[in-house]
Design a protein around this ligand. Structure first.
Ligand SMILES: [Mg+2]
Length: 386
């Protein structure tokens, strides 16, 4: 297949994907009725995660003093341009979408063949993400997600993710690929929480992070996030969801630092919405357990005022887009979509793509019978299970 054909094929697939979107979002009156449902919480999880990523993306590498000097005493209050636009998502959201895609394809493969390895399918999805970062178009790359042109932008991808995927090896908890505990494992793991089977979420979250991050504090926070998100989607209170995550961590090997960080985040949040200086006591969020702790502190402290909690999660000296993304995952899984400020949603890059992936996750993991008006005849083509 030549370049022209290849491109036409990609363009055609993108067009089909966009057609699918209009089906997903056509019935606006549905939105009110679905408030408080699992689908609403899954959509909230991915959309608010992307909003947090986009809020933090422009100040990812800025100290709090610099943020304050630029935006005033209260810090950043809405999107600031990054990567040439307002509302730009970064690698956190890109990889979250590919995590979701891999898990949906694993489910399709399971239904078709009776067996599959989610870890393998998600690794394949990450290799497609890697291709978008390398600019390496390959006709063998199927599915609709990789055909979304905007996903081919590079948005400060993490070195650990790039090098681990380029190695050709697939990391696991038993055979760690490296000793990295960067937050690149946890910031993309939320979709593991969408599984209907609560008992599988922790392991799956750890597994998808361990593909690239071999240190326990790189993958355990991902398992913890999956547990929290899953319990919230099921309708649990945040405190119960966090208790569940602590319980899973206690049973895991090498859990001391991640469990301690999670508890420290909860403790700080219990005193109210944390100030930037207080968040620094939890670290910078560049490593997995610190990113989880900062996000949890802001979500707990601002659970009843989630938009403020999102801003707290990015207004600090640390890794703002990842902490914003994880906090958004938690707050969105708690409150759904409705609370998200309209300008944040309207200006969010790839909002429709993110929403479509969320709706597809709900369809895939939570089964039939949901009020989904889409024509699913191209479901397999969009998520090939092979
Ligand atoms: Mg990022």
């Amino acid at each position: 297949m030549g370049h022209h054909d290849e491109f036409s094929d990609l363009a055609a697939r993108t067009e089909r994907a966009a057609t699918g979107l209009s089906g997903a979002l056509a019935n606006e009156s549905e939105l009110g009725e679905e408030h408080g449902t699992a689908r609403d919480r899954i959509r909230g999880c991915l959309l608010a995660g992307a909003v947090g990523d986009a809020l933090g993306g422009g100040i990812e590498f800025d100290s709090w003093s610099r943020i304050r000097a630029t935006f005033g005493e209260a810090g950043l209050q809405s999107y600031t341009p990054a990567y040439g636009r307002v509302g730009a998502i970064t690698d956190d959201t890109q990889m979250t979408l590919f995590t979701a895609e891999g898990l949906i394809r694993a489910r399709n493969r399971m239904e078709a063949e009776g067996t599959c390895s989610p870890r393998h399918e998600v690794h394949q999805a990450y290799l497609r993400w890697l291709a978008t970062q390398n600019g390496h178009r390959d006709p063998a790359h199927d599915g609709w997600l990789i055909a979304v042109p905007e996903l081919w932008n590079t948005r400060a991808p993490g070195n650990t993710c790039l090098s681990a995927l380029q190695s050709g090896q697939v990391g696991s908890m038993d055979e760690p690929i490296n000793d990295s505990k960067g937050c690149g494992g946890v910031m993309r793991a939320a979709p593991a929480g969408f599984l209907a089977e609560a008992a599988d979420r922790f392991r799956l979250g750890c597994d998808v992070a361990a593909i690239t991050h071999g240190h326990a504090d790189g993958y355990l926070p991902a398992g913890a996030l999956a547990v929290v998100v899953g319990a919230l989607v099921d309708g649990a209170e945040l405190s119960t969801a966090l208790d569940d995550a602590e319980e899973c961590l206690r049973q895991a090997r090498s859990h001391d630092a991640t469990l301690a960080a999670l508890r420290a985040g909860r403790t700080l949040g219990a005193a109210g919405l944390p100030a930037p200086e207080q968040l620094e006591g939890l670290g910078g969020g560049w490593v997995g357990e610190e990113a989880l702790a900062i996000a949890v502190a802001c979500a707990v402290g601002g659970i009843d005022r989630p938009a403020e909690a999102m801003l707290a999660a990015v207004n600090h000296s640390g890794d703002s887009d990842s902490t914003g993304s994880i906090a958004g995952n938690i707050l969105g899984a708690t409150h759904g979509v409705e609370w998200l400020p309209t300008p944040w949603l309207d200006e969010l890059e790839l909002r429709d793509v993110i929403d479509a992936v969320a709706v597809d996750c709900h369809r895939s993991f939570h089964g039939v019978g949901n009020p989904d008006a889409r024509d699913l005849s191209d479901w397999w083509e969009r998520y090939p299970g092979r």
